[in-house]
Design a protein around this ligand. Structure first.
Ligand code: BEZ
Length: 211
């Protein structure tokens, strides 16, 4: 069965470019992004891995570890990483799971046989420190992902876990947020000292509280 938001993600041990990874131990008390690629030496994946390597300081700042997955062995990943460094201007600085036996791909339902019987689709899983699944994305093979969007979602999750707010369409860190409809105006007056605009009883905008 596929994983759903709120589920505890399955643990695994698998080989990677940085040695065996035991997911729960490797995550420790932090967040993780696990994302899969159809195969090594493919053009879109080469650009994606270069982009994640360039964005690694942004994931680090948010306490998020990143791990990629491709269903090829470690020696192939290592050869491919030379191409990534040469063409993308950034060196692989996070582990890439070598899921040649498809153990993790099957556990996380990353192979969608009607799309491709053997290659993984472009899956993304954002996992919180309790090992709870907080976001899934599934992109088709020809479409590279927008990794800035993952950072934006992480900012939203980390904010809304701590404040009684949600984030509106196209929100980015620092923009106005919405007050949860479950919060009364009386409580909102106390919780949001910067004030809020009531556009509708269920739509109240307030400056981002932790800024
Ligand atoms: C890829 O780079 O993974 C890819 C490119 C075109 C079609 C499908 C996959």
């Amino acid at each position: 069965m596929s994983l759903r938001l709120g589920d505890k993600v399955p643990d695994f041990t698998q080989e990677s470019t940085e040695g065996p990874i035991h997911l729960y131990d490797w995550m420790g008390d932090g967040w993780a992004v696990l994302f899969s690629h159809p195969a090594d030496f493919t053009p879109v994946c080469t650009t994606e891995l270069g982009m994640v390597a360039a964005l690694k300081p942004e994931f680090d700042k948010r306490g998020v570890k990143v791990v990629g997955l491709s269903v090829d062995p470690v020696d192939s990943h290592k050869k491919w990483s030379e191409d990534i460094a040469e063409t993308q201007g950034s060196t692989l600085n996070f582990p890439l799971l070598a899921d040649a036996d498809r153990k993790v791909a099957q556990l996380y339902d990353m192979i969608h046989p009607s799309a491709d019987t053997t290659a993984t689709v472009r899956s993304v899983f954002i996992i919180d420190p309790k090992k709870t699944l907080r976001l899934t994305l599934t992109y088709p093979a020809p479409t590279g992902r927008n990794f800035d969007e993952l950072l934006r979602v992480i900012d939203s999750l980390q904010l809304t876990d701590n404040e009684k707010v949600a984030t509106p369409a196209n929100w980015k860190d620092g923009d106005e947020v919405v007050i949860l409809p479950s919060i009364s105006n009386e409580d909102a007056d106390k919780l949001f000292p910067k004030g809020y605009k009531e556009l509708k009883p269920y739509l109240r905008m307030t400056p981002q509280p932790n800024k």
